[in-house]
Design a protein around this ligand. Structure first.
Ligand code: PBG
Length: 315
């Protein structure tokens, strides 16, 4: 077996390759700031002001990174998450700017209410419960407002039942038949999201997300979630988080013939950064190994905070 592992040959026989075009860069756009602000639990990752978004995207395009997923931090929040579907909302404004100034970028938008609701949940709340069906219309309206402003792909992440169907119908009814849906299909109620909640200011006022996000103990259920989303019209399905859920990525890949994304989430990034800061691990080498594992497990696309720092290495 060692013959093919010799330096010169090894590369030729590498079965898996992480390419820049596989990566999607998360961008946090904050309507309330004038300068980039570093996210304390995510070293070297920043919230970007609205008027800095084109610089950010352009610098990534220069590095050869093509795809982005946008998260918004709005100037106001209310019970119904109105700023999520406000045509003058932060994401809608950012999309119009980006389309005008850096049209080559592929822009995915995260479609969810949690950054926009005063209680921080991903749906309408009544008597402490997160209501499913009344939320669907708001999610669909949010996706429509993103498509109108120029989103290339919309990515619902709220784990409401029927969200893909509601969005597909809404987009089709308004002439956006061509806008694909990337669904966060198997999204677990994970502790790995906590740095993101600081980043996106989307912590919740009460309870947890266990009534809508998946139970970490389950694997068969992930396949049911993905199957339903495909039936409802998803073009790309996602498993989230990635690193602790490589088994789910592999099962999804083996079961369904559809583009598969994985989200290498905030907590996965923060762990690497913390160990790197202590000098315990080589952060870049570890990040590269993690992304390679996620691809090896079967992901076609990876949303990752490591994209920029690895871009040069992937040349
Ligand atoms: C919004 C959303 C979350 C993430 C992506 N979209 C947070 C959550 O569900 O609480 C997490 C991403 C990350 O941790 O990097 N629903």
């Amino acid at each position: 077996m060692r013959r093919l592992r010799k330096e010169k040959l090894r590369e030729i026989f590498a079965e898996t390759e992480v390419r820049k075009k596989d990566l999607i860069v998360p961008v946090f756009i904050d309507e309330n700031i004038k300068k980039p602000v570093e996210i304390s639990s995510m070293p070297s990752y920043f919230r970007i002001p609205l008027d800095g978004v084109c610089d950010e995207i352009s610098s990534c395009l220069d590095l050869g990174l093509k795809s982005f997923i946008l998260f918004g931090i709005p100037s106001y929040k209310d019970e119904k998450g109105s700023s999520a579907y406000d045509r003058e909302g932060v994401i809608q404004k950012a999309l119009r700017l980006i389309k005008k100034e850096c049209g080559d970028a592929v822009i995915v938008t995260d479609v969810c209410l949690c950054e926009y609701t005063s209680h921080g949940h991903c749906g309408i709340v009544k008597n402490g419960e997160i209501l499913n069906d009344p939320t669907l219309e708001l999610i669909a309206e949010t996706a429509l407002s993103h498509a109108e402003a120029g989103a290339d792909i919309v990515a619902p992440s709220g784990m409401m039942d029927g969200m893909v169907k509601a969005i597909r119908e809404k987009l089709d009814d308004h002439g956006f038949e061509d806008v694909p849906i990337m669904s966060y299909s198997a999204k677990y109620a994970s502790n790995f999201y906590s740095p993101f909640r600081e980043a996106a200011d989307s912590g919740f006022a009460f309870g947890d997300r266990k009534s809508y996000q998946m139970d970490i103990h389950n694997s068969d259920e992930a396949l049911r979630e993905i199957e339903l989303d495909i039936k409802e019209g998803a073009d790309i399905v996602m498993v989230k988080p990635a690193l602790a859920y490589l088994d789910i990525i592999r099962r999804a890949k083996d079961t369904f013939n559809i583009p598969l994304a994985a989200y290498n989430v905030s907590g996965e990034y923060s762990m690497v950064k913390a160990a790197e800061k202590e000098g315990w691990l080589d952060g870049k080498a570890i990040a590269y190994e993690i992304l390679t594992s996620i691809k090896r497990a079967g992901a076609d696309l990876i949303i990752t905070y490591h994209a920029k720092e690895l871009a040069e290495m992937l040349d």
